[in-house]
Design a protein around this ligand. Structure first.
Ligand code: MN
Length: 492
């Protein structure tokens, strides 16, 4: 799995020859100061690469052509220091499909009241140069991310950093290759979908392998490799079981999975507890430790949630809040204190843990295999989002709900799995009504690091439908939004 730090964003300043050499040199110098200032601020997950200022249609077309085909370039950031007639940009933008941010800023923060003259006015013209640029992106239906603000302020810088993470998610999505061990769970609808459409729209290569391929890979794992993996577990987790053999079996599963991942370039996978021929345990600890390290996972053959888990993990690289495959499991319906208890049979990611993370072995109520080793822990307090991607028939819909996640309200000594509790916004009744109305899955990805705005940006980059359940939602308006979206997407 590549690091998103390897990506760069090209900073392109627009101008024109009208102003003369001296002004253009000043534009070039100012652009450098802005790009270097943003790079040095410590917020950016990726580097900004400054490109020479563009002044002609040929220069603009050339730089966008290069940006489109350069694998390191994950997106461009444009800014009009002066006026830059935007017909010049049409050919460059027409064939450019990667993420696009329009940074509406100005080199000078304040008007120099005593010195200001017409030269200053002509040099610092983004107030109307960026409006000219906005017209052409609107006319071309480009829908760039628009960030407005003084370039030295924290707020616009944070917005650029957040958008970079979404754009990195776009790049990761285009290259994503994943494996489904077994098919989707029998008769389940929401985990299904059009894999050809997902590859066209999102770039995902979703491959099938029989579980026998994993059993085969596991058979080739040496005891010494298992010993080394057990040492790795001991560095991160507390052993809270005497059944060492059950834990060693999970180590063997993990080593087998990692071998298959390495040989085939996979970064996400699904399992299905109905399809475990030749396996003694359902992957539990093995899956959890791999998800912790950035791998995507989906239970019961849910390939959409597995890929989203991988992409959202990549988007949050270097952050510490935590991102996990999740499932709405059961409710606490105490009046005015309603909560959702999220968990899964086994595979909750330990990046969302607070306190000790224990390896335990317990029987599984569902399925007919040996008691699997798994990680057990509690979750932390914090603002989070839950995200579900569904195939609504003819298109993909991304549903995001803002939530307040927390530690379980009380101890649950008999619950042998990790869990997260959350209070969905605006409240459980409205959130669940909207979620169910939109067809949101019981599987989701929960993230303490990402925001709905970042997922919105990502959905726009991927050209898929986005709906947001938040503190301000009005259920009848939401119903209308779904209805209108249906019509709009049929016309598209
Ligand atoms: Mn499930």
């Amino acid at each position: 799995m590549n690091s998103i730090k390897e990506y760069e964003f090209w900073f392109i300043t627009g101008s024109q020859h009208l102003y003369g050499t001296e002004t253009l040199q000043q534009v070039e110098r100012d652009s450098r100061v802005i790009a270097e200032g943003i790079n040095a601020c410590g917020k950016m997950p990726c580097r900004i690469a400054l490109k020479p200022i563009v002044k002609t249609p040929a220069e603009i077309t050339a730089v966008f052509k290069e940006a489109q085909y350069n694998d390191k370039c994950a997106g461009v950031i444009v800014w009009m220091h002066t006026f830059s007639p935007s017909k010049m940009w049409i050919n460059g933008l027409k064939n450019y499909t990667k993420p696009y941010l329009h940074f509406h800023t100005q080199f000078n923060r304040d008007i120099p009241w005593n010195e200001i003259d017409m030269d200053f006015m002509n040099l610092n013209q983004s107030a109307h140069g960026d409006r000219e640029h906005g017209f052409i992106t609107a006319r071309l239906r480009k829908q760039p991310k628009i960030v407005v603000g003084y370039w030295e302020d924290d707020k616009p810088r944070q917005k650029i950093a957040d958008w970079m993470r979404a754009a990195a998610g776009y790049a990761v999505s285009q290259k994503l290759k994943m494996v489904r061990f077994g098919d989707n769970m029998r008769q389940v609808a929401v985990t299904e979908g059009d894999k050809v459409e997902a590859e066209i729209k999102l770039g995902w290569d979703i491959e099938y392998r029989g579980i026998g391929d994993l059993v085969d890979a596991m058979d080739k794992i040496a005891d010494s490799q298992i010993d080394a993996q057990m040492n790795e577990y001991a560095k991160v987790y507390q052993m809270n079981t005497k059944d060492v053999d059950a834990v060693r079996y999970q180590a063997k599963i993990q080593l087998g999975l990692e071998k298959i991942f390495k040989d085939n370039g996979y970064s996400a996978f699904t399992t299905n507890f109905e399809d475990l021929w030749g396996m003694e345990q359902l992957p539990g600890l093995a899956a959890q430790d791999m998800i912790r390290k950035g791998c995507g996972f989906g239970g019961e053959g849910d390939w959409k949630v597995a890929a989203m888990c991988r992409i959202m993990k990549a988007m949050t690289e270097g952050q510490s809040g935590g991102t996990a495959f999740m499932e709405d499991y059961t409710y606490h319906l105490e009046k005015d204190n309603e909560h959702i208890l999220g968990a899964h049979m086994l595979e909750v990611c330990p990046t969302v843990a607070e306190g000790d993370i224990k390896i335990e072995v317990h029987p599984l109520g569902i399925g007919d295999r040996n008691p699997p080793a798994r990680l057990v822990f509690d979750s932390k307090d914090g603002d989070a989002i839950v995200v579900s991607l569904v195939d609504i028939g003819g298109r993909l819909r991304l549903i995001v709900n803002d939530v307040k996640a927390c530690n379980p309200l009380h101890k649950m000594p008999n619950l042998p799995v990790a869990g997260v509790m959350w209070k969905p916004l605006p409240d459980l009744q409205t959130s669940a009504e909207a979620w169910i109305m939109a067809g949101g899955a019981h599987h989701s990805v929960l993230s303490y690091d990402l925001t709905a705005e970042q997922m919105h940006d990502w959905a726009k980059m991927m050209d898929i439908e986005f709906v947001h359940i938040n503190a301000d939602i009005k259920i009848r308006e939401f119903e209308k939004e779904l209805f209108w979206n249906d019509i709009a997407y049929k016309l598209k």
